[in-house]
Design a protein around this ligand. Structure first.
Ligand SMILES: Cc1ncc(COP(=O)(O)O)c(C=O)c1O
Length: 365
């Protein structure tokens, strides 16, 4: 049994083969078609495809002109990419506490961390469960801050009826190999404002507007570079894989959600297990099924002895020297860190696999 799976649909193989045979493997029509399909099928706003989730996060900070000395608030419960992009801009990552019952950043802790130098907040939807976005966006409005959702885990999640990707000024997604929707590596930055999307589109390709700047008689495009840009665009080969995988994404997401709901029913009240809190104003994308357990290493060993992988996936990132070390005042984070564990949840699990996982956990460890 695998903890993660990489899904490449038949359609992805077919579309990718077509791109390879066309010899146009750089960014072109397929990447544009993928962006249109993402918006039409998932309801995300003005998606700008890029070559990683990290690139999407970094672009959001660059478009927002976050720079040296600016403070950006984020949770430690994430992957290092969320904090590294802040450092790439020579800005200061400020770690806020999380709610140990969800793994998500606490709006109250954000409020306590805001200073006159704060410019942005990066909430991370841990495992695919949306953060308290109304409270976070209200704080942002009050203090004139930019919200950049790190939705690397949350494709397909919804918040108060809206898809994640249509809630805050910026939302970054990852299409890396083991995400629900993969392009090999890839990502997208969704922007509520078309103007932000336009700037991001330019910045993802060296700062050159591919649609306007055509070659002249000398053979080079006519463009005037006014600011720093990056090589962050998604190529047609990756987009073809994504486009193919998008077709069965709703079915695969549904299967994850069905398994998640079943785990919650069957693991409720099992001694040593605490399920995370779920509010019914939002839906979970279930990239992970995380819970809190007592005696975690015994739990991991017991599951492993029955062929079931489990993982913490990511430990708090402030512990890395580059981020300055563990922030001891974050007690919610410490509580989550000590007990969190994720069990397999993906579309390749059969009903028998799911029953096996449940019965091993219910038998105790
Ligand atoms: C929370 C979070 N943010 C950002 C990223 C970065 O995404 P990518 O690997 O596509 O750059 C990841 C990792 O995959 C992640 O888990």
């Amino acid at each position: 049994m695998k903890f993660f799976c990489t899904h490449i649909s038949k359609k992805s193989v077919e579309l990718a083969t077509r791109v390879l045979e066309s010899e146009w493997v750089s960014e072109g029509e397929v990447a544009a078609e993928f962006e249109k399909a993402l918006a039409a099928r998932l309801g995300v706003q003005n998606p700008v495809t890029v070559n990683s989730g990290t690139a999407a996060l970094h672009l959001a900070l660059a478009v927002s002109k976050i720079g040296p000395g600016d403070e950006v608030i984020l949770p430690p419960q994430t992957f290092v990419a969320t904090g590294l992009v802040v450092l790439m801009q020579h800005a200061v990552p400020v770690f806020a506490d999380i709610d140990p019952m969800t793994g998500n950043i606490s709006p109250q802790s954000i409020a306590e961390k805001i200073t006159p130098r704060t410019r942005a907040i990066i909430p991370v939807h841990w495992g695919g469960y949306p953060c308290d976005m109304d409270e976070i966006n209200a704080l942002a409005r009050r203090h004139n801050l930019i919200v950049i959702e790190d939705a690397a885990h949350a494709l397909g999640a919804t918040y108060k009826g809206k898809p994640i990707g249509a809630v805050s000024r910026f939302t970054a997604f990852s299409f890396q190999a083991i995400k629900h929707l993969t392009t090999g590596d890839g990502g997208m930055l969704c922007c509520l404002d078309k103007k932000d999307a336009h700037i991001a589109r330019k910045m993802r390709w060296f700062g050159i507007d591919r649609s306007l700047d055509k070659p002249d008689i000398l053979g080079e495009r006519v463009y005037k570079l006014e600011s720093v840009g990056y090589k962050y665009h998604m190529n047609d080969l990756a987009a073809a894989v994504g486009l193919g995988n998008l077709e069965d994404f709703p079915t695969r997401l549904q299967r994850r959600q069905q398994i998640g709901a079943y785990y919650r029913r069957k693991l409720q009240g099992v001694p040593g297990v605490t399920l995370l809190r779920m509010d019914n104003d939002r839906t979970h994308a279930y990239w992970l099924f995380t819970m809190l357990v007592e005696r975690r290493e015994d739990f991991i060993r017991k599951l492993a002895s029955h062929g079931i992988p489990s993982s913490v996936v990511h430990l708090r990132i402030d512990r890395h020297p580059v981020f300055g070390g563990i922030r001891k005042e974050l007690i919610g984070q410490a509580e989550f860190e000590a007990r969190q564990i994720s069990i397999p949840i993906h579309e390749r699990l059969s009903d028998e696999d799911v029953e096996h996982i449940i019965s091993v956990i219910r038998s105790g460890w």
